[in-house]
Write a protein that binds this ligand. Sequence first.
Ligand code: TXE
Length: 475
Amino acid sequence: MHTQLFINNEYVDAKSGETLSIYSPHDESLVADKVQVAGQADVDAAVAAARAAFKGPWSKFTGPQRTKVMLNFADLLDKHAAEIAPLEANSMGMPLQVVNMILGMTSSVFRYYAGWTDKVTGEQYPEVDGVYKIVQYEPVGVCAGIGAWNASPMFFGAKVAAAMAVGCTFIYKGSEKSPLGVLALGDLVKEAGFPPGVINIISGDGRAGSMLASHMDINKISFTGSVFAGKKVQELAAKSNLKRVVLELGGKSPSIIFDDADIENALVHHSQNFLFNTGQACIAASRTFVHEDIAPKFIEQLKARYEQFAHTIGAPLDPKTFLGPLVDGKQFERVMSFLEIGKTEAELITGGKRHGTSGFYVEPTIFLNPKDDARIYREEIFGPVITIRTFKTEEEAISMANDTSYGLSSCIFTASTSRALRVAKQLEAGMVNINSSQTFGMEAPFGGFKQSGLGREGGRQGLMHYVEAKTISIK
Ligand code: TXE
């Protein structure tokens, strides 16, 4: 377990002299104390290391040489996943089976972007008045990433791998709620063959995040977290040096289940898939709309599923556990308050209370027909709490689905392809899942409309945020 900052391929104490402690959300026991917290001097040191690496050895690496170290990293991550997984499970309560999936996605995204290192092509324009124009794409420079707690290693992967593919350098700040997993990646960065300073990893809370967002020698920042904090990042980025910004923020994603849907498939996606990571997923479809003709049967069966899943609640390190605790006391209080508010805004179908008497465990919960202005219907709860409303017509369902300030993901369950595509076209969301949920891959852009974010991660779109176009005119 590492608790120091990882700068210039070395683990070092923070100059700030400040530390933070991590407690298990399973039983509030101490997991790690003296996790080093980056202050301004530490952030400056990490940025200086990244700048020196960007101008120095890393700029000499060819595409295929970058591919090699990226693939080394992916292999090392797979090799050491078993040692890293308990760090996440103990810090933020993610069940071991879920952490292993997240770590697998992290090495996959490094392998995906390792293939891009020599494929960012430019353009050439026909001669006009004796002038030829060529466009080349150059690495944007020193980049920063800020991650949330719910899938820390994957946020690291999506941000850092794309930057490495095009030759940028990076300072990554994990969440203060789950710093240990990403800090452990430092050893793998060094062993993989990345030169010192190419990838730096620091810990700290919003203050360290603000230092990154406002740093005058960082060219681009990518943030995953709440809308509130994301707006702060963009504000500081603008007020400092107008660094490029990508924001992956919250969601209150809709799911529409039509009367011709495959009910069993819909039940799986609104129970097992929705409850994945204990509902702590930005793309969780937490606002479900069910056609009135199938609603009574669907709700009755979903209730039975939730009551079954309540039996999978357990300690994060227990391989049988599917539902772990919420990340910490603050989040637990937040979700518990939504449960109490929900009881005044909608009909409680199942759950609605704490599970057990210790640890931050919550019963998987279903609320039915919340009022239009209900907080449980409008706000991102970020827990195992789903709200269901019934609808009569396709138009009504689309209108309700779009009636939100978010626009991250969405789902449509129907047997009709033409209806699925007709509805998909009208949903205001960056991602639409047809007869599925939470299905995304790193080859396609991930991100949201409206206040769910700015820009994309994954695929070619995610990569192009790490380069700048340069038009060269030749006379
Ligand atoms: O997120 P924060 P938190 C939502 C979810 C959750 C709420 C708060 O509803 O209840 O956000 O969770 C850093 N400048 N999501 O507190 O505060 C912080 O250190 C720069 C949804 O964990 O956004 C951490 O590294 N950085 C989301 C990261 O931002 C700042 C996933 C996220 O912290 C900062 C997580 C600032 N002013 C929470 N303030 C999703 N959609 O996936 C904080 N940070």
